[in-house]
Ligand binder design. Structure first.
Ligand SMILES: C[S@@+](CC[C@H](N)C(=O)[O-])C[C@H]1O[C@@H](n2cnc3c(N)ncnc32)[C@H](O)[C@@H]1O
Length: 253
């Protein structure tokens, strides 16, 4: 994967090599462990407050919801939200290649999980471990017509979309198309997204406006995300932590 494919704010650390590894262990060691990547505790907290009660009620008769993890990587946020795992449980599950292949928790409600990402290796891991039922390998900034159809089709069928530490990588046009697809479905549906601080704030503002044009705001929280790397601390003197704004939105109507 070249830098021309994966967009990253130049003041933010690049982790692209880790996302394309064939196991989540480097992600665990170099991001979760090394940077105290605690964000999934707060993604889970927000999901549990604003989406989980609805999801459990909707699936009480056993009918699964369509759950999409957009820019899913190895599935840490699916583990947090759908499986209810905290940061320490995810770290423990990913302690080595072998243990990572078996997820140490159960889904908290019936769901059909589609994962979308540019990293074929991350998606292959998620499928092998049973986290993902379906995968779409896509460069969302430059998809072929077939890939675009698959990604937008998954979004259009989704009841729940999570997209964490993710929208910052996508071009506004790609975000608009994916949101239009999600908003096009009838019926109640929820999206959990988050915004990193202090990186690319103008882009985050533009993304927030796009979300609010298409979806209803439900609720939010602020939290720690992870520690800043040495490079980031040089770029943002005096900041030790990257912070998160976590938002939940609902389909209109
Ligand atoms: C920081 S990880 C997010 C993982 C997880 N959602 C979380 O919150 O920790 C960002 C993911 O975006 C993916 N990504 C980056 N650029 C992309 C693109 N153009 N199309 C699709 N996925 C992309 C990367 O492969 C990576 O898996």
């Amino acid at each position: 994967m070249s830098d021309s494919v994966v967009k990253t704010d130049e003041k933010k650390q690049h982790f692209d090599d880790i996302y394309v590894a064939d196991s989540p262990v480097p992600f665990k060691e170099q991001i979760l462990d090394a940077l105290d990547y605690v964000s999934d505790d707060f993604n889970r907290q927000t999901f549990d407050r604003l989406i989980l009660p609805w999801a459990q009620q909707q699936t009480a008769d056993g009918t699964p919801l369509n759950f999409v993890d957009l820019c899913a990587c190895f599935g840490n946020t699916t583990m947090a939200t759908l499986y209810g795992m905290d940061f320490q449980a995810i770290r423990h599950n990913w302690r080595d290649r072998e243990s990572a292949l078996q997820i140490d928790a159960e889904r908290r409600f019936p769901a059909h999980v589609s994962a979308i990402d540019i990293s074929g290796n991350a998606l292959a891991y998620g499928k092998a471990a049973g986290l993902y039922d379906e995968t779409v390998e896509a460069d969302l900034n430059a998809p072929s017509p077939e890939v675009r159809q698959a990604a937008e089709g998954a979004m259009a069928e989704a009841d729940i979309v999570i997209s964490t530490a993710a929208l910052v990588y996508l071009e506004p046009e790609a975000i608009a198309r994916l949101l239009d697809a999600f908003a096009s479905k009838r019926g109640e549906g929820y999206m959990l997204v988050n915004f990193l601080n202090p990186f690319a704030l103008e882009m985050a503002d533009a993304t927030k406006r796009m979300l609010l044009e298409r979806l209803e705001f439900v609720g939010s929280m602020a939290s720690r995300h992870r520690r800043m790397s040495a490079l980031e601390q040089e770029n943002y003197p005096g900041e030790a932590w990257s912070l998160l704004e976590i938002w939940v939105l609902r389909r209109k109507g």
